[in-house]
Ligand binder design. Sequence first.
Ligand SMILES: N[C@@H](CCC(=O)N[C@@H](CS)C(=O)NCC(=O)O)C(=O)O
Length: 210
Amino acid sequence: MKLYSYFRSTAAYRVRIALNFKGLPYDYVPVNLLEGEQKSPDYLARNPQGLVPALELEGGELLSQSVAILEWLEETHPSPALLPEDPLERARIRSLVNSIACDIHPLNNVSVLNHLREQLGADARQVHNWYCTWVQRGFDAIEQTLAENGGPCCFGDQPTLADVCLVPQVFNARRFRIPMKGYRHIRRVADHCGSLRAFARAHPNAQPDA
Ligand SMILES: N[C@@H](CCC(=O)N[C@@H](CS)C(=O)NCC(=O)O)C(=O)O
């Protein structure tokens, strides 16, 4: 398989973690978002959404959208599992996944922040406040969920898709200097999971385009 990725993309980071966790080898194809390679005719011909990640399967089929890719990986390579058997637990995990992938990440994407600057005239402080607002709203709720669960990972002892999404989002929050002091449980889980081999190998600094 080939993974179209950018080292600092949190959505691509999710997929790198899952591929590593499941022991699936892949070729890393860097797409330089700062140079706009995601909007090049070549890349758009592959992935009309113009975003990373995209996963090219061995037969040439291309999958886009990180959560769809994570679900595909889980369905086709169920062991080691990133979702438990119990439907209720699965729903709780997917709820946390969606709170990151649908409610936090899209509001802070590069193209959204550029739109605020370029079309709406926001200055650096306003853009930073925007970023903090949506991360903090999401993290406040996640913090409460993790406090109730109490394990080393988001839900118990083993990493799940929730951890796969949380660790990259925490990396991004730290990069943008979001105050993390009030998020004791999020820090605990992100630091524990981040130190696991599959997660550490997926870290942005460990990528060839870093
Ligand atoms: N919902 C998509 C989001 C993908 C996404 O926003 N990727 C960002 C990097 S994290 C990107 O490619 N941005 C380039 C751009 O906005 O032009 C997913 O989960 O795959």
